[in-house]
Design a protein around this ligand. Structure first.
Ligand code: MD6
Ligand code: FE
Length: 214
């Protein structure tokens, strides 16, 4: 179930909905993600500089996010050449609840963090239209999230993201620098072998031109 009565916390302009998803909703997401991962297995991406990232990744949706020596980009196919599976309905329900837009996401990036995995400070800026929010869902072990402003060197705030927490970057926070400093590995029993899954939902393309009526 998605809890509706909890107002979000402000985190450097981002909205953090603590415990947005109860245990049953989290388990339902994990079941749906198992189907996704059976079609589109996790892979270990490299950065542009040939360094392996510490997280494992896959995607669902029309477009998936990939990183290799050619750079970071959205692709219509998994590295195996297969199409990405559809974004599960249970995931879209979370977007519908918090995104505040009729437009559905094109991409659900799925990151798996094992023991010691982290995510360096970055901006999500490979999309065509930054007026759409980015919605992120945390499942499994607690992770220390850091978010700042639109300049890498600026001050940052940190918060632990727990299983079932939902974070929305929109408005002025849409292009904020953010990352995961560390995990409390083993803090949750949601995932069989511990670790953490983060789902990041994004509108990738510029939407079709709208009639203004003017
Ligand atoms: C993570 N999150 O939580 C990494 N990006 O593992 C992100 O990179 C992120 O949480 C955009 C919006 C929200 C996020
Ligand atoms: Fe991000």
């Amino acid at each position: 179930m998605i809890a509706h009565d909890i107002p979000p916390m402000d985190l450097a302009g981002a909205r953090l909905y603590k415990e947005k998803l109860d245990r049953a909703a989290q388990e339902a997401l994990v079941v749906a993600l198992r189907d996704v991962v059976s079609v589109a297995p996790f892979f270990h991406p490299e950065t542009r500089w040939g360094k392996k990232m510490s997280v494992r990744m896959t995607s669902a949706g029309r477009l998936g996010w990939v990183s290799d020596r050619r750079g970071y980009r959205y692709e219509p196919h998994h590295p195996t050449g297969a199409e990405w599976p559809a974004i599960p309905d249970a995931v879209l329900d979370v977007w519908r609840d918090v995104a505040g837009t009729e437009r559905l996401p094109d991409c659900c990036l799925i990151n798996y963090y094992g023991d010691g995995a982290r995510m360096g400070l970055h901006q999500d800026r490979d999309e065509g239209d930054f007026s759409f929010p980015v919605v992120s869902i945390s499942l499994g072990d607690d992770a220390l999230f850091r978010v700042g402003g639109i300049e890498r060197q600026g001050p940052t705030q940190s918060a632990w993201l727990g299983s079932g927490d939902v974070l929305v970057l929109d408005g002025p926070s849409r292009l904020a620098y953010h990352g995961i400093d560390r995990l409390r590995f083993g803090s949750s029993d949601l995932l069989r072998d511990h670790g953490r899954i983060n789902l990041t939902l994004r509108v990738v393309d510029v939407p079709p031109a709208r009639e203004t009526g003017a």
